[in-house]
Design a binder for this molecule. Structure first.
Ligand code: ADP
Ligand code: MG
Length: 317
């Protein structure tokens, strides 16, 4: 087993650099900066996210391939949430010197697989030693026609509130991983460790002027929806019976005495998109989605309805 300290920083960067398809006119890894041409009439969106071993992931809770995938996936989800198209990504790593180089190879394979899938080539980064945990920082850039970014502050009275997919799978997956009840091939394991950022849906919704506010669900819809409401100065009514939940998640929760609604509303890390749209436009959306509620500016906060009853007093979230 080779250690990273035996391989050295520059050969490692050489490995990272291999087989990356750099678009025409772009300068990637190897110079002091990456150089990206600008398209006139477009804006650049930029986001970055840090993952620390022991805080955001456990070495024995995720395979290195899946960790490489997820490190970029969570960033691409932010690009999708703006309605933008991915352009490039940057990866900074702080690694213990005794790190197994096979772990690193698998990590880079996972990273490159999702970079290729969603068109976010790796154009730079930094590599340093760490005396503590593994730290992974990814930065992404995207582009969008000027003024078209979907902001959290744009929700309007009467808009329907929608999500692009089932909620709670990731939280149930994490529970299963921590309690050693899931295998790598299991649906819930994959939903937690190999999330698919909704890049295609984000682009489609981004082009639609009747889609108003948008964000991705990283903390759980109960908390994330509040960000839209606060930024937009409105309230909302949500019907908890319309929250989409997968059969696998419902089955797992039933088998282990867990509350599926709590996982779906508060679990987080689903990386589905949460957006608001006019009722007329909702009928013609060419994107898989589920209506879960409605923006109502006369309400001070979120009213959670269940079986037609006001369930807001029932706040375990
Ligand atoms: P500098 O000292 O000028 O910052 P480095 O020696 O750190 O340059 O890096 C050399 C090149 O390798 C740069 O283009 C940098 O962006 C790239 N690079 C370094 N680490 C990584 C990484 N983990 N992933 C991708 N590119 C990297
Ligand atoms: Mg450097």
């Amino acid at each position: 087993m080779a250690r990273l300290s035996e391989i050295g920083e520059f050969p490692l960067i050489g490995k990272i650099k291999s087989d990356i398809e750099v678009p025409d006119g772009v300068t990637g890894i190897g110079d002091d900066c990456a150089v990206l041409p600008q398209r006139s009439g477009y804006e650049t969106v930029i986001s970055t996210d840090m993952l620390i071993e022991g805080t955001h992931f456990l070495m024995d809770g995720i395979t290195p391939y899946n960790l490489g995938w997820k490190s970029l996936a969570v960033n691409l989800s932010d690009i999708a949430a703006m309605g933008a198209k991915p352009v490039a990504s940057f990866l900074s790593l702080a690694l213990p010197k005794d790190m197994d180089s096979a772990w690193m190879d698998a990590f880079i394979d996972g990273y490159k697989a999702i970079a290729l899938k969603y068109g976010s080539p790796l154009l730079g980064g930094d590599t340093t030693g760490s005396k503590g945990p593994v730290c992974i920082n990814v930065a992404v850039t995207g582009e969008i026609p000027k003024g078209r970014s979907k902001l959290r502050s744009a929700a309007q009275d009467g808009d329907l509130i929608c999500v692009t997919g089932c909620l709670g799978d990731s939280a149930a997956g994490l529970h299963g991983i921590l309690n050693h009840r899931l295998q790598e091939r299991d649906f819930l394991y994959r939903r937690h460790t190999l999330p698919e950022p909704r890049v295609g849906a984000g682009l489609e919704l981004g082009r639609n002027g009747d889609v108003h506010a948008m964000m991705d669900i990283s903390d759980g819809v109960a908390s994330d929806l509040r960000h839209i409401l606060e930024a937009s100065g409105v309230g909302a009514e949500v019907d908890t019976e319309r929250i989409p939940m997968s059969g696998q998640m419902l089955g797992y929760c039933a088998a282990h005495g867990l509350d599926p609604l709590e996982k779906a509303l508060c679990g987080g890390e689903d990386y589905e998109l949460l957006f608001t749209v006019t009722p007329e436009a909702e009928r013609h959306l060419g994107v898989t989605h589920f209506v879960i509620g409605r923006i109502d500016k006369s309400l001070p906060d979120v009213v959670w309805k269940h079986s037609g009853r006001d369930y807001s007093g029932f706040r375990h979230f």
